[in-house]
Design a protein around this ligand. Structure first.
Ligand code: HEC
Ligand code: HEC
Ligand code: HEC
Ligand code: HEC
Ligand code: HEC
Length: 298
């Protein structure tokens, strides 16, 4: 009997990243562990290195480590802010819907309490453990029409093709996702407009709305993936998913190519009365871009 129990404990310890069905994390470390993708690096080194430089790999950190969730953690600063960190719940952070969707499905309120304390203390190392990892996109977010197609399976990763034996400790096969090639996949988090479902509506990213209502009706035909993951980087779909707003030099270079500014000016003098002249100028500015949506977003 004892041997059986020890065997079971050993088996559980041997599978650190395994998220059990229905199990919820009670600490930041547990939540980070459930979605930990560091073991993917051994075999998918290039993709992993690209992703680790992307905004998805620092989705609660803000631009240049600005910890943008801080106002929500501070007493009185937003309608969501708790007076005491102990009162924080998952609902304190409507931002999780897109910045950390696994918190909604896989975390207890105690994780929000710990996060609120970490934000108040400016503990970037702790906040930085939470990210949009490989598993979030290649499992949790890979099936959208769940009533028809069911939930993503626990031991399956999703991508563009079927692989019957995938050599990972938890995800032992890869199945074709019905949506990962579609713009809708990115639209799950990249926003259609104001999020009216919260007690206090919040608006953040709206690029998927702009893509659907402006780019596609005007004859646009590319998907987000075709512009942001291609051309391939080091032979793989580019998981840097540029832009990277922490890299000013790269961004000035890219925006110089993708945003055009056309300025026409006409100068004239207005004769108000005999001998009374006023100098006037008309400036007609047209800003355009090669993007599949408005820039800047929001
Ligand atoms: C022990 C090595 C190994 C580990 C660990 C591993 N993979 Fe893989 N993975 C592979 C191999 C080999 C393939 C098949 C590649 C091929 O046939 O080109 C693959 C295929 C894939 C594919 C499908 C690629 C496609 O072409 O559609 C995805 C997605 C993927 N892995 C994601 C992951 C993620 C996420 C992790 C971490 C949770 C992971 N893998 C861990 C070896 C590994
Ligand atoms: C509908 C999904 C969604 C919700 C809800 C959401 N965000 Fe965002 N947010 C995004 C996406 C996607 C980006 C990056 C793309 C962009 O800016 O278009 C982003 C970017 C940001 C940025 C700019 C980039 C950065 O990291 O500094 C800030 C700041 C931000 N969000 C804060 C918040 C806060 C705070 C909340 C909660 C009150 C929130 N967001 C809620 C999806 C969302
Ligand atoms: C699970 C939600 C989620 C999914 C799915 C997702 N994103 Fe994001 N994405 C975000 C969030 C949140 C940010 C902003 C992170 C931050 O605050 O820095 C972001 C940032 C970005 C950025 C960096 C630009 C910026 O202003 O931050 C690009 C580009 C991007 N995403 C493209 C894509 C594309 C293309 C897809 C689909 C292949 C996709 N994303 C799928 C949530 C998501
Ligand atoms: C923001 C969502 C997102 C994240 C995070 C993400 N991926 Fe992907 N991944 C995609 C999409 C979208 C594709 C392209 C699917 C397609 O077009 O078929 C893709 C494709 C791939 C492929 C196939 C590459 C190729 O060139 O054929 C592999 C392998 C892969 N991802 C592994 C990973 C690994 C490993 C991580 C973490 C280090 C990761 N992905 C993180 C969205 C994501
Ligand atoms: C026709 C090509 C194209 C398509 C389609 C496209 N994008 Fe973009 N996107 C761009 C360009 C160009 C930029 C400007 C920045 C750059 O050049 O890196 C940009 C910028 C962005 C940014 C940063 C905007 C900001 O203000 O912070 C995000 C986020 C983004 N795209 C996500 C998406 C998502 C999600 C989709 C699909 C719904 C999508 N893009 C479709 C070309 C495209």
């Amino acid at each position: 009997m004892k041997h059986w129990i020890i065997g079971l404990v050993a088996a559980v310890l041997a599978l650190p990243g395994m998220a059990m069905a229905g199990q919820k994390a009670t600490t930041i470390d547990e939540l980070a562990q459930m979605f930990d993708s560091s073991r993917c690096k051994a075999c998918h080194t290039e993709v992993y290195n690209q992703w680790s430089k992307s905004h998805h790999a620092r989705s609660l950190m803000g631009v240049r480590g600005g910890l943008m969730l801080t106002p929500l953690a501070m007493e009185g600063m937003t309608p969501f802010s708790p007076d005491d960190p102990e009162d924080a719940t998952i609902d304190t952070y409507p931002c999780f819907k897109c910045h950390l969707p696994q918190a909604i499905t896989h975390a207890e309120d105690s994780v929000a309490v710990e996060l609120t304390r970490a934000l108040r203390e400016g503990d970037s190392d702790k906040v930085g453990k939470l990210k949009i990892t490989c598993i979030v996109c290649h499992n949790n977010k890979s099936i959208i029409h769940r009533k028809q197609l069911g939930e993503p399976e626990e031991n399956v990763l999703y991508s563009s093709r079927n692989i019957s034996d995938h050599p990972d400790s938890q995800f032992t096969s890869v199945k074709q996702s019905p949506v990962m090639k579609e713009a809708l996949f990115c639209g799950q988090c990249h926003g259609v407009g104001v999020n009216l479902e919260f007690d206090n509506p919040v608006q953040c990213a709206t690029i998927y709305g702009s893509y659907q209502h402006a780019y596609i009706p005007a004859g646009g035909s590319k998907t987000c993936q075709q512009c942001h993951l291609e051309p391939k980087q080091d032979g793989y779909m580019d998981h840097r998913m540029l832009p990277d707003w922490n890299d000013t030099e790269l961004m000035s270079q890219r925006l110089a190519e993708s945003v055009s500014l056309d300025v026409n000016t006409v100068g004239y003098e207005w004769l108000e009365a005999g001998g009374v002249l006023h100098s006037k100028v008309v400036v007609d500015t047209k800003i355009d871009s090669t993007a599949g949506h408005r820039i800047p977003d929001g």
